[in-house]
Design a protein around this ligand. Structure first.
Ligand SMILES: [Fe+2]
Ligand SMILES: [Fe+2]
Length: 217
């Protein structure tokens, strides 16, 4: 490659810019403008990363009649076919995504991922579904199937019980014709395109569609 070609390539692919501080307390406005720019691009890819992680559940049966990806697809498909809105369907799809990293508290992991993007009721359902799902099997393992009763006073109790009864506990049928993950991907991208609330107000991800609060109540 000649010198002119190298210069041209360098202009197209300049060395990555990095903040100059070695300790955060020495940071400058210039450093943080640079980091904020990167954050907007990175945060815009969250839906893609979540979908990639969801695929880790493929082939993970854990003794169940269907693997965890099929269970997720089946839960979401049942909610979708029952006329639930997009935020609800995405919550249903992702409700067990925490199984890989949060084997002892998987509802917390999924709820934390969903929290900025769904209404409070759906966050609550996701975070508490472990107790409510336990109604269907805790008694077989020496645990209290009435564990969900501690939440009886919550305004979301019935909604969570309904999620588990209609969709979650019902989603272990190997013969059910679920929609594919590809079917749900655009919904995940729409719901996760823009946070409804976040601590980090560094601007919106680029290319975020204008209307992403679809389905919010
Ligand atoms: Fe679960
Ligand atoms: Fe589940």
């Amino acid at each position: 490659m000649g010198i002119e070609q190298k210069l041209a390539a360098g202009a197209e692919n300049p060395a990555p810019q990095r903040a100059k501080f070695r300790e955060m307390k020495d940071g400058t406005a210039e450093d943080w403008a640079l980091i904020a720019g990167h954050f907007r691009t990175f945060a815009g890819g969250v839906a893609g990363r979540v979908l990639e992680h969801l695929r880790l559940l493929d082939g993970d049966f854990g003794g169940f009649p269907v693997d965890r990806l099929e269970h997720s697809l089946q839960t979401a498909t049942r909610a979708y076919r029952d006329g639930r809105d997009e935020q609800y369907v995405v919550m249903a799809l992702l409700h067990d995504i925490g199984d890989t990293l949060g084997s002892f508290n998987h509802p917390d992991v999924a709820a934390a991922i969903l929290k900025p993007f769904v209404r409070e009721e759906l966050h609550w359902i996701c975070q508490h579904h472990g107790h409510f799902q336990g109604y269907y099997y805790f008694h077989y393992l020496g645990m209290d199937r009435e564990s969900r009763e501690q939440f009886r006073g919550s305004p979301h109790f019935e909604a969570c019980a309904e999620f588990c009864e209609k969709y979650d506990q019902a989603a272990f049928d190997p013969d059910y014709q679920s929609e594919s993950l590809e079917f749900f991907e655009p919904m995940v991208h729409r719901v996760m395109a823009r946070p409804l609330a976040t601590l980090y107000s560094l601007g919106e991800p680029e290319d975020a569609p204008a209307d992403t609060a679809e389905g919010a109540e």
